[in-house]
Design a binder for this molecule. Structure first.
Ligand SMILES: Nc1ncnc2c1ncn2[C@@H]1O[C@H](COP(=O)(O)OP(=O)(O)OP(=O)(O)O)[C@@H](O)[C@H]1O
Length: 272
């Protein structure tokens, strides 16, 4: 099978959004280049609100590159160029009229390494809402901060020290603070790029639990190296290989009855 055939298989097997609803985000024919080098080849995929979508695949297959196209994070890489169409609620996010700051509030991101600002826990969460003018008063802001920290499962642990530095928290707490920070600006989509790879098993379990709780409130896409994690947290899984989307479907199907040989080889540990 050629690369093009694989791409078509991927499109054919792209799982439709639930209930016939319009997908939250759609990518069609996306290519990404770093200079001359092509990192993503003709990827088409839909992401919906009701399911957590996992991107899996061997190192260097382009998972993070593709994830970053969904909120134009690749704009920050000088050599990166994106082709194709990506929409959020039907709106082209690469259109000239798209405000990238607004886009990144609507499509938030949580990174591999927790990266709180060197500011207080409160300020870490309040920063985005302040920039976006979401609070009219101090009590509005207090509410946003508390609600976001609660949603991120962190409030009880930090409620008595909101003025302490965010960087003084444990790694797992820092990552939940970063999730609270993303939530605070009321996003529609949350992209997570290997959010647990720097965390111990207990902190990882808490983030996974949190992903379950956030499901349905936001469209969630998670890149993970860990296939068990993909199986635990997601309902849709996309398998990438060498910059192409090889297979996309229900997580159970991908892990128990993959349709593509390359998916099977990967999930059975034959490479990767
Ligand atoms: N800033 C960059 N400049 C040039 N090439 C890059 C850049 N970022 C990624 N690449 C290349 O693009 C390809 C895809 O990388 P990417 O990080 O998206 O893969 P990945 O599947 O997320 O890998 P990993 O699981 O190791 O994080 C790789 O060949 C990588 O070397």
């Amino acid at each position: 099978m050629t690369q093009a055939d694989y791409a078509h298989t991927a499109i054919d097997s792209a799982a439709p959004a639930q209930n016939g609803s319009t997908p939250k985000m759609s990518a069609r024919g996306v290519n990404v280049y770093y200079g001359e080098k092509q990192a993503i080849n003709d990827v088409s995929i839909d992401v919906d609100m009701d399911n957590v979508t996992a991107f899996i695949g061997p190192s260097g297959c382009g998972k993070s590159t593709f994830l970053r196209t969904l909120n134009r994070m690749n704009d920050t890489v000088a050599s990166a160029r994106v082709e194709g169409k990506i929409t959020l609620d039907g709106e082209d996010i690469y259109d000239k009229s798209m405000d990238v700051v607004q886009l990144r509030a609507r499509v938030g991101m949580v990174f591999q390494k927790p990266n709180p600002f060197p500011k207080s826990i409160y300020e870490n969460v309040a920063y985005g809402p302040r920039i976006h003018g979401l609070a009219r008063s101090k009590s509005d802001m207090d509410q946003i901060v508390e609600r976001s920290l609660r949603r991120a499962g962190l409030f009880e642990e930090v409620k008595d020290r909101l003025q302490d530095s965010g960087t003084a928290l444990s790694g797992g707490q820092q990552q939940r603070l970063c999730i609270a920070r993303a939530i605070a600006v009321d996003p529609e989509v949350i992209l997570m790029d290997e959010p647990c790879s720097a965390l111990d098993p207990i902190a990882t379990a808490k983030i996974e639990e949190l992903i379950h709780e956030l499901r349905g409130k936001y469209a969630i896409v998670i890149v993970t190296h860990n296939m068990q994690q993909a199986a635990r947290v997601s309902q849709r899984t996309a398998f990438f290989h060498l910059g192409t989307l090889v297979e996309y479907g229900e997580t159970d199907q991908i892990f128990t009855a993959p349709r593509q040989e390359r998916t099977k080889d990967y999930i059975t540990g034959r490479y990767g």
